[in-house]
Design a protein around this ligand. Structure first.
Ligand SMILES: [Zn+2]
Length: 502
């Protein structure tokens, strides 16, 4: 995500620095999507969802079959699912800070939820309960424990209500933002089951990669941008039935609109689509061009994007940008090509495809791991595309100015945070932004200065290659540093991650 009240102000100067430096680039079609994707999809869980979308009622009627494979070496007697839409049910518990509520609900509070109507495991009804902070955790009690490598087939029928809200989940004037919308299995890791609620700060999601087949029946007038590739679109009496497939992705999001216009281009054999609203063609072209340039740069610097497409979607959305696998949402108000944030936010969200979508991590307990690296990757884009001077200017404007603000808060207000704090320790976006994005990005800059330019990219390539389609931790990043440089960087990381100062 990319919420930057402060840096919106700081970067106001940036547009003029970049205006003259635009480079042309060719569209190179070198090879098809990574063959590793097919290999990576083997042995993963499957989600098969059929949804009927009723825009009049802002509702989805869904059936879902999860073929869940226990890829751990313990027996499970329970399975846990997130029910994120329930975070939007109770006005007092919605995942927004008080100061954001007016932006999130410009027409007043509007509830969203998910109601489970039916649930079976392996064809039989089972006991289940719904609990958690916002009734957002579904616990299924299994009749027989699920052993390692065994599968359970979980069938559900449910209704999802979308709120009239301009956050990630909901709808506005033009778009229905259907994200974190279906029951998704919680991650089991060395800490056990991760059943965190939908916190109001950060991107409080943590998931495993899985395979998806998602059928969406929507009125014919709607166009759908999605995580999956549209395998087939059938006409059916006033409706279109969209059939999407996505292998080895860690979530499935979609955005629907009657108003979308679409531009596309191919880069390195990857199709980039820009969905934009009427009157925003220039912004749509700019978003497409920046996402394509970012893919080309990150492909060569970090490792190849394995999926066949990326959708960049102009959305009714007040929080800047948000990443989902193969789909990024961008605030519709940024779609003026002169807007200094359109490029920055588009590139930031595109970088998340490497750090979040392909290499995942616990975005609650180690939020910095993808966010700080994504922020620094955005600086690397400017440097690679426009030259070292522009890269340095962006770094100074974004990160160094953030340091000044952090130190002012540190010395005068006693606000002190370490980079490695979990998201729920932060009580406002501005501090989260300064610490996790800014202070976090400065760690990567220091690392680069310490190891040298080439070795820094070697480290990122190693980290990417070794952890793609998995959830990494800081330990994996340190391991990549050690393997490339031949010495331990644990003290380097520990000192910076645990420092209250900048
Ligand atoms: Zn981000």
């Amino acid at each position: 995500m990319d919420v930057k009240a402060l840096r919106r102000f700081i970067l106001a100067i940036l547009a003029c620095l970049l205006g003259a430096g635009l480079l042309c680039y060719g569209i190179a079609v070198r090879q098809g999507p990574d063959a590793q994707l097919l290999k990576a999809s083997t042995g993963l869980s499957w989600y098969r969802i059929a949804a009927v979308f009723d825009p009049e009622q802002a509702e989805l009627s869904c059936t879902q079959t999860v073929e869940y494979r226990n890829n751990h070496d313990v027996n499970f007697d329970k399975l846990y699912f997130h029910l994120y839409p329930n975070a939007f049910r109770d006005e007092k518990r919605v995942p927004f800070f008080a100061e954001e509520k007016l932006k999130a609900y410009p027409n007043g509070f509007s509830p969203g939820w998910i109601d489970i109507h039916q649930l079976m495991v392996n064809g039989k009804p089972v006991k289940f309960n719904i609990g958690g902070y916002s009734s957002d955790i579904l616990t299924i009690i299994l009749d027989t424990p699920l052993s390692p490598s065994q599968k359970a087939i979980i069938n559900m029928a449910y209704t999802v209500k979308l709120p009239n809200s301009l956050g990630r989940f909901g709808y506005g004037q033009h778009t229905f933002n259907v994200t974190n919308w279906y029951p998704i299995v919680c991650v089991y890791d060395h800490t056990g089951w991760n059943t965190d609620p939908y916190y109001p700060v950060g991107d409080p999601f943590y998931s495993d990669v899985a395979n998806y087949q998602v059928e969406i029946k929507a009125p014919s007038s709607y166009t759908i941008a999605a995580t999956g590739k549209a395998i087939e679109v059938k006409d059916e009496e006033g409706y279109k039935v969209w059939n999407f497939k996505a292998l080895a992705v860690r979530d499935f999001a979609w955005v629907a609109s009657r108003d979308f216009e679409v531009l596309s281009r191919s880069v390195d054999g990857i199709m980039v689509y820009s969905y934009f609203l009427p009157g925003n063609r220039d912004g749509g072209e700019k978003a497409l061009e920046c996402a394509a340039a970012a893919i080309e740069i990150f492909n060569s610097r970090f490792g190849r994007y394995p999926y066949s497409h990326l959708a960049v979607v102009q959305s009714d959305f007040f929080v800047g940008g948000m990443e989902y696998p193969c789909l990024v949402m961008i605030d519709k108000n940024l779609y003026n090509p002169e807007h200094q944030w359109l490029e920055y936010v588009t590139v930031h969200e595109t970088a998340h495809q490497w750090w979040y979508a392909v290499v995942g991590n616990d975005q609650i307990d180690e939020a910095w791991l993808d966010e700080a690296l994504t922020e620094y990757s955005t600086v690397l884009y400017y440097e690679n595309r426009y030259g070292e001077d522009v890269g340095k200017q962006v770094y100074d404007q974004v990160i160094a100015n953030g340091k000044c603000s952090y130190l002012q808060n540190y010395y005068f207000q006693g606000i002190r945070h370490t980079i490695d704090q979990p998201v729920y320790k932060f009580t406002d976006w501005l501090t989260y932004d300064l610490v996790v994005y800014g202070k976090g990005a400065s760690l990567f800059n220091e690392l680069r200065q310490a190891v040298g330019h080439q070795k820094f990219y070697d480290i990122l390539q190693r980290y990417y290659e070794d952890n793609k389609f998995k959830n990494a931790t800081a330990a994996q990043l340190m391991k990549a540093c050690e393997e490339i440089t031949g010495k331990s960087w644990n003290d380097f990381f520990r000192k910076r991650l645990k420092s209250l100062n900048w």
